[in-house]
Ligand binder design. Structure first.
Ligand code: GDP
Length: 301
């Protein structure tokens, strides 16, 4: 994982070290070096504005610094490492603990584009809660995509969890409302609600999402982002944040992600925490986001 990211950034930084041969790093030297680094970051799927912010930060730190000729590469690399760690450092709330602490029935809504891994993440999270003694009710709130209801039912059967569903084409807000009512009656601590995958150009689906939130007032809104989406990830996230607000992000498919820039982009561009990463297709393949671990992977420490 992340090998391409390291390769590209390492190449740019090594080149940088060789190109600056003076004792003091001048702004002119830096501009050229940082331009190369910016391109490498973008190629590694870091969003453009985030790549620019990283380069500005490095420029502020390094401009005018006195370094020995032999230490230039090391100094730039060290500064870059520090910047990456700083971006990823965050307080990661424990959603399982939050659900446990919440009084009554907690509603967690899973949002995201089609194919981002919403349903998989929902069932992985259900599995996590089950291990902690909470049996969530699953709400089949994706009433659009063919086979989505059956997909959720199949997981519900495997995990021994109740799935509340209506027909395809029905009102998702009502499905989720019924699931919450059912959970309350049965004394269940949580409802995990699937929603239809949508895109920001899809006004109807975004409106529907707004209605789901107005009717059901979810306790936690989790945006599921495919980390392979790369540059587009941040744009998607901002769109959802503006429409309904989000409380946290899950980055999926980190097991098959060679580039790794999405984690940096999301962490730098959004105020919302990365709660979990998806690392495979099994129920146990959901891990708590660990900033230290991810920065180590990106930087190959
Ligand atoms: P949805 O349309 O957003 O509900 O997406 P799904 O949950 O159906 O996932 C789409 C595809 O991505 C499925 O084939 C999943 O098995 C796969 N997937 C989801 N999360 C991960 C992950 O973390 N790693 C890998 N390798 N595949 C994943």
């Amino acid at each position: 994982m992340f090998s391409k990211f390291r390769e590209k950034v390492d190449n740019a930084l090594s080149k940088a070290g060789k190109e600056i041969t003076e004792r003091e790093i001048s702004q002119k030297d830096l501009d050229k070096v940082l331009e190369d680094l910016k391109v490498s970051l973008i190629q590694a799927d870091v969003a453009l504005d985030v790549a620019e912010l990283i380069c500005e930060d490095l420029s502020d730190k390094l401009s005018g610094q006195e370094v020995k000729r032999t230490k230039v590469e090391e100094t730039i690399k060290e500064s870059f490492r520090y910047t990456v760690k700083d971006i990823l450092a965050q307080e990661t709330p424990d959603l399982v603990e939050k659900v446990k602490e919440d009084e009554g029935t907690t509603l967690v809504l899973f949002l995201g584009f089609n194919g981002s891994g919403k349903t998989s993440t929902l069932v992985k999270f259900a599995n996590m809660l089950k291990k902690e003694g909470i049996e969530p009710v699953l709400a089949a709130g994706d009433t659009y995509r063919a086979a989505s209801i059956e997909q959720l039912e199949k997981h519900g059967d495997k995990l021994g969890l109740k799935v509340v569903k209506h027909d395809y084409g029905s009102d998702a807000a009502a499905v989720i409302y019924d699931a919450v009512e059912h959970a309350k009656t049965e004394g269940k601590g949580a409802v995990l609600a699937d929603t239809a995958g949508r895109s920001h150009s899809d006004a109807n689906l975004m409106d529907e999402l707004g209605k789901i939130c107005r009717v059901n007032d979810p306790d936690h809104k989790v945006l599921v982002i495919d980390s392979l989406t790369g540059n587009d990830a941040v744009e998607q996230a901002k769109e959802f944040r503006e429409t309904v607000g989000i409380d946290g992000v899950v980055l999926t498919k980190m097991d098959v992600n060679e580039k790794g820039g999405a984690a940096l982009s999301v962490a730098r561009s959004l105020d919302e925490p990365i709660l979990y990463i998806g690392v495979g297709q099994e129920y146990d393949d959901l891990e708590k986001f660990d900033a230290e671990q991810i920065s180590k992977r990106i930087l190959s420490d």
